[in-house]
Ligand binder design. Structure first.
Ligand code: ZN
Ligand code: ZN
Length: 134
């Protein structure tokens, strides 16, 4: 038997594929049911309302949505916070601006790397010379 401390409640439990104890699994199922029920009756709810009304943490609701267990396709005001800045999203893990910032950060990082292959720098100069001579 493989015993571990449950990351959710801290109790010792027999390790399973979910990585949390059976009590917590039941809790999460109950939270899931509560969220689904509330959303079914309140399609216009946003994640804050859902969390307030069901006492389920936004973090947990976000997990349900990301896992695809809760569909937000029919709930136009539902979204979950961007991992980086907290802006509400309806898909992906990051908002547009964090994503483009990350992309440009990555580009900067790759620029800082010494260039291994140089793309024929002489070619460009020759072209300019030719235009000038025409
Ligand atoms: Zn637990
Ligand atoms: Zn963001």
């Amino acid at each position: 038997m493989n015993l571990a401390n449950c990351p959710r409640c801290g109790k010792l439990f027999v390790m399973n594929y979910k990585g949390i104890c059976t009590n917590c699994m039941k809790d999460i199922e109950a939270e899931y049911e509560a969220c689904v029920k509330y959303l079914r009756e309140n399609k216009g709810a946003n994640i804050q309302e859902l969390s307030d009304e069901t006492d389920v943490s936004i973090r947990q609701i976000t997990t349900f949505i990301r896992d695809g267990r809760i569909s937000i396709a029919n709930a136009p005001n539902m979204g979950y916070p961007c991992e980086v800045c907290g802006t509400m999203l309806r898909e992906g893990n990051m908002c547009e601006s964090c994503r483009s910032k990350l992309t440009s950060d990555l580009r900067e990082a790759s620029k800082a790397q010494p260039q291994v292959k140089k793309s024929n720098p002489g070619g460009a100069y020759k072209a300019v010379d030719r235009i000038r001579n025409d």
